[in-house]
Design a protein around this ligand. Structure first.
Ligand code: FE
Length: 284
């Protein structure tokens, strides 16, 4: 008799919730999806913010000069333009469909300011933790233009822009770090029924930003503005009656202690104190 390994069971939704209205930077209005009391983190993800407004007063003040240490910040723009600059002289312009993957490592001081005074500004910022061994690595920016992001046909009426990771033989442009992140911007047409196979032990979530989707097996309805945390397992099944857009993000959990305060995320309180000292002493 031939024994075969059963394929990993499809993932199911284990928790759903909505973003919490918040304000960050110099007063940018946003929805905090991960990093709110109901969902403080989802290892290795520390924070997910969605911003989206055509009212300039909600975004015009931007994110003036501020530090980061110990993790990665990922900015994915859907609409609008944002300019980033850092104290080492790096500068870049983020436009619609582009992604910036910044590894803060041992420390960076940067600003992210709107490059527009009217019109829609929409996108996401995701914080991805770094393992202890990489927290003090050299800082790095990966600025990726929209036309460098490939699209893969998922079959069944779905397609995905692959920002990071590999799906169906299509590899995203982000050079991944230790958490092997997968970041997909998925479009489901009306009547779509498809799925995405994810590495079995990656933690994963879906966040719907247009329409309504059914996610997981059995399918849990996620309306616009809702996040669904998936169990570990194999495929994440996705369906939609009238069409939807969502991000599907997965990463390898680090299972390390987290000591965080504001823009610093380390493993111990002592390292956190050191981060404050180093920042105060201009050592970033
Ligand atoms: Fe920042």
């Amino acid at each position: 008799m031939i024994e075969t390994l059963a394929a990993a069971r499809p993932r199911r939704i284990v928790w759903t919730g909505a973003g919490m209205p918040a304000s960050d930077g110099a007063g940018v209005k946003l929805l905090r999806i991960i990093g709110q009391p109901a969902l403080p983190d989802l290892d290795p993800f520390l924070m997910l913010d969605a911003f989206g407004s055509d009212d300039p007063t909600a975004y015009i003040a931007g994110f003036p000069s501020h530090p980061h240490r110990g993790f990665e910040t990922v900015t994915y723009m859907l609409a609008g333009r944002m300019r980033h600059k850092d104290d080492a002289g790096n500068e870049g312009l983020l436009g619609p469909g582009s992604v910036q993957w910044m590894t803060a490592g041992r420390g960076i001081v940067h600003s992210e300011m709107p490059e527009q005074s009217e019109g829609l500004m929409q996108g996401f910022q995701l914080w991805v933790n770094l393992p202890a061994k990489d927290k003090m690595t050299a800082p790095r920016y990966q600025d990726i233009a929209a036309d460098k992001v490939p699209t893969v046909d998922l079959g069944g009426g779905g397609s995905a822009r692959v920002l990071a990771g590999e799906i169906g033989g299509v590899r995203g442009p982000v050079d991944p770090g230790a958490t092997q992140p997968i970041f997909l911007d998925i479009t489901l047409g009306a009547g779509a029924a498809t799925g995405v196979a994810l590495p079995e032990n990656h933690n994963a979530f879906a966040y719907v930003f247009e329409g309504e989707a059914r996610v997981g097996e059995p399918g849990t309805a996620l309306a616009v503005g809702r996040i669904g945390v998936l169990s570990t397992g194999g495929e994440a099944r996705l369906a939609s009656e009238a069409g939807a857009r969502l991000i599907l993000v997965a990463g390898m959990p680090l299972r390390e202690p987290v000591a965080r305060y504001g823009p610093f995320v380390m493993n111990t309180k002592a390292e956190l104190m050191q981060a404050f000292d180093d920042f105060r002493n201009g050592k970033f």
